[in-house]
Design a protein around this ligand. Structure first.
Ligand SMILES: Cc1cc2nc3c(=O)[nH]c(=O)nc-3n(C[C@H](O)[C@H](O)[C@H](O)COP(=O)(O)OP(=O)(O)OC[C@H]3O[C@@H](n4cnc5c(N)ncnc54)[C@H](O)[C@@H]3O)c2cc1C
Length: 415
């Protein structure tokens, strides 16, 4: 059977897309250079809209994770919080889960999906370009061709680079993360907590099994001090965090990543960039994995005319909820920080509020009522990463039409 779609990269974006396309009846080849489980530098907090995608994939339970109710910010002795939206009186929750098991679950589900051939330990080395169109990939020295190629090869995307689509990152921000197992006496949290320090932010995510992740985001890397030392010093600068980490056991090595990957365009004839390959949002938004998952759903939906209709397509994002995503791009004034279970702003709303409003006293979170399935009108409030990378949807459609056999149009080459 001819291959419909080749996917480079079996992380969150690539694996979720492979599952969706395989279920739509497409023939998919997925190539991942690592073997699972593998580590990935990440804050490991999945927002409610991402949890909802895992639910629609039927993987929420297997993926597991520790629920959190929102994001709480600490700055100069003040605390503000943004609780996730409440719908029909029930709160939505995010999940903290290590990438080690999460990515393995997604890749394994892709490999088990009929129509998907998933290869781990397979290195994609170049795009195949014929008459100005990407027609395939070079994988471990062999050429593979398909109607559409998807670059889901992460923030340092080789395909983006080789196609000349790199855009210089803004600034010199980096991220680093470590895991700790909390001591029996330490309190756990139902929030992702952000501690704002001088020139850095610490981002603390609750994980299953009394583990917690601490990620540091900064552009101030000390040249004369090992990063791990600097990282631990930042942790000690915040009394609440230092207290929680007291007597904890460090259970992972420090891992770092350069932040701010950007693309000049999200498509070229025959290829679509997906997830971080299309540009990675700053981790302070906590939205990278969620955007990758939602973008996979949107892309799979665009490819759907080629195959019989599928049940379970997510409804379009209503404009009012779509507007919330402006948060993640820092473009809009924030809605009020959630009170009394009403609509809460995104994490950046709370951050903005932290800078502009009087201090709020944190309240003890209400106990969680039992979970129930998401209603049809609870569409994820995120916007496709493809669009974030500057891709007009008409261009996406042209590229995808071209991938299905039509000649590429001018708009599809402009991105
Ligand atoms: C410090 C930090 C904190 C973060 N915190 C959060 C957070 O709390 N919440 C959140 O949602 N997001 C967070 N993110 C962002 C999140 O990690 C990414 O947005 C997400 O992983 C993107 O998924 P992806 O599938 O596009 O890329 P990745 O997860 O990076 O997957 C890309 C895959 O492609 C593979 N690959 C690369 N090159 C090749 C090749 N040549 N051939 C074959 N395979 C290849 C890689 O091995 C990898 O498995 C954070 C990121 C950082 C750096």
């Amino acid at each position: 059977m001819a291959t419909d779609v080749l996917i480079a990269g079996g992380g969150i974006a690539g694996s979720s897309l492979a599952i969706l396309l395989g279920r739509q009846g497409l023939a998919v080849e997925l190539y991942e250079r690592s073997r699972f489980p593998r580590e990935k530098t990440c804050g490991e907090g999945l927002l409610p809209a991402g949890v909802a995608v895992l639910g629609r994939l039927g993987l929420a339970e297997e993926a597991g994770g520790q629920e959190f109710v929102g994001v709480r910010y600490h700055s100069g002795g003040e605390t503000v919080e943004g609780r996730f939206l409440t719908t029909e009186g029930l709160p939505q929750t995010g999940r903290g889960q290590r990438r080690f098991p999460l990515d393995r679950v997604l890749f394994a589900a892709a490999a088990a999906t009929p129509g998907v051939q998933a290869h781990a330990g397979a290195n994609v080395s170049a795009p195949l370009v014929e008459r100005g169109r990407v027609t395939g990939l070079m994988i471990d020295g062999k050429a593979r061709r398909a109607g559409l190629v998807v670059a889901a090869d992460g923030a340092n995307s080789l395909l983006r680079h080789q196609l000349g689509l790199d855009r210089p990152p803004r600034g010199k921000r980096f991220g680093a993360r470590m895991h700790f197992r909390l001591a029996p006496h330490a309190g756990t949290s139902e929030w992702v907590e952000v501690f704002l320090g001088g020139g850095y932010e610490l981002y603390v995510t609750p994980l299953p099994g009394r583990e917690t992740l601490v990620a540091a985001l900064s552009s101030a890397r000390s040249p004369d001090r090992p990063l791990e030392e600097q990282f631990l010093r930042w942790c000690r600068e915040h009394r609440g965090l230092a207290e929680r980490l007291r007597d904890s056991e460090q259970v992972s090595q420090i891992l770092t990543a350069r932040l701010g990957a950007r693309a000049r365009a999200g498509v070229r004839p025959g290829i679509v960039l997906l997830g971080d390959a299309a540009g990675s949002p700053d981790p302070i938004t906590g939205s990278g994995m969620t955007q990758a998952l939602v973008s996979s759903e949107l892309l799979a939906g665009m490819l759907r005319p080629r195959v019989p209709a599928l049940e379970g397509r997510p409804p379009p994002v209503p404009p009012a909820r779509r507007a919330r995503f402006r948060d993640a791009r820092g473009g809009s004034p924030p809605p009020p920080v959630g009170t009394g279970g009403g609509p809460a702003g995104g994490p950046l709303s709370a951050l903005h509020a932290a800078r502009t409003r009087p201090a709020r006293t944190p309240q003890a979170p209400a106990p969680l009522p039992p979970r129930r399935p998401r209603a049809a009108d609870e569409t994820p409030c995120v916007k496709s990463r493809v669009a974030v990378a500057g891709l007009p949807s008409s261009a996406a459609r042209s590229a995808l039409r071209a991938a299905c056999g039509d000649p590429p149009t001018a708009s599809s080459t402009n991105g």
